[in-house]
Design a protein around this ligand. Structure first.
Ligand code: PTJ
Length: 247
């Protein structure tokens, strides 16, 4: 990283900032993504910048849903592409779920830049919205999808989602798996599974969990899904934040 020594106590956090800024400079991340990242940093700080038990359980459930899915899709926005491109490409290879670019802040240039960025990190085909296929019940740019991707997906993994599309997808009967450091967000509350953790830690944990669950039969995945309670993991994460407030 440019001029911050590795011994700096906030080195990791500052390194991530540089990655997001590089994403904006490369035309991959929206300038709004910097603000979203700052909000994420604040929650991560309150959570102790560690992956709690609530995140481990949600990672396990996410892996089980992805493995059980018939038509899973990994939805990628400008922040996720900047922070975890290698991990997203590896997750796609491990699960067979295609990568689909889907962004909130409209820009066809940025969609193309995200696809190029993912391909530079080893992705094969990257799906893009075709400008025709659209999800019902959602007004933002995120309604435009790929006809063979999110439009017909049964399970969608979408880190750093916005609440509107998450709610719309749930109304359409889809399973939504998200990563969001804010356990109080509309997305966190509407999703099927919410990993309350930083994507930078959640993605490596998810890859490892996929590897482990691939050695188990589908009946094992089913049991994990049935035992999972999203409200319970959100409450645990919220309690952690509130106890940090009182400390
Ligand atoms: O590329 P685009 O146009 O799709 O835009 C992407 C952003 C993220 C800018 C857009 O989706 C947006 O505005 O999102 P929100 O509504 O600000 O929500 C972002 C959520 O992600 C917030 O709840 C943040 O706390 C959370 N968040 C931010 N950084 C991280 C994070 N969660 C996990 N890991 C992070 N690194």
């Amino acid at each position: 990283m440019s001029d911050v020594p590795e011994s700096h106590p906030r080195y990791e956090s500052l390194r991530l900032r540089e990655r997001i800024i590089a994403g904006v400079e490369a035309g991959v991340t929206s300038p709004h993504g910097l603000i979203a990242h700052g909000r994420g940093e604040a929650y991560d700080y309150l959570l102790g910048e560690v992956s709690g038990a609530w995140a481990d359980r949600a990672v396990e459930a996410t892996a089980a849903y992805l493995l059980r899915a018939q038509r899973p899709v990994l939805s990628v926005n400008g922040n996720a592409a900047a922070l975890v491109p290698d991990e997203l490409v590896r997750l796609s290879a491990a699960t067979g779920a295609p990568l689909e670019v889907n962004i909130f802040h409209t820009s066809s240039d940025r969609e193309a830049a995200i696809a190029r960025h993912l391909r530079a990190h080893g992705a094969g085909d990257v799906l893009l919205p075709d400008g025709v296929a659209a999800l019902e019940g959602i007004e933002s740019n995120r309604r435009f999808v790929h006809p063979r991707g999110i439009l017909r997906a049964d399970v969608i993994f979408v880190p750093l989602e916005d609440g509107d599309r998450c709610q719309a997808l749930r109304r359409l009967g889809r399973e939504v798996l998200t990563v969001d450091l804010n356990p109080l967000s509309r997305t966190a509350r509407a999703a099927t599974v919410t990993i309350v953790d930083n994507v930078i830690r959640a993605l490596p944990a998810l890859l490892e969990q996929i590897r482990q669950l691939q050695q188990q039969p589908p009946s094992h995945w089913q049991r994990i899904i049935e035992a999972f309670d999203n409200n319970s993991v959100l409450a645990q994460a919220e309690n952690r934040i509130r106890s940090a407030e009182e400390a």
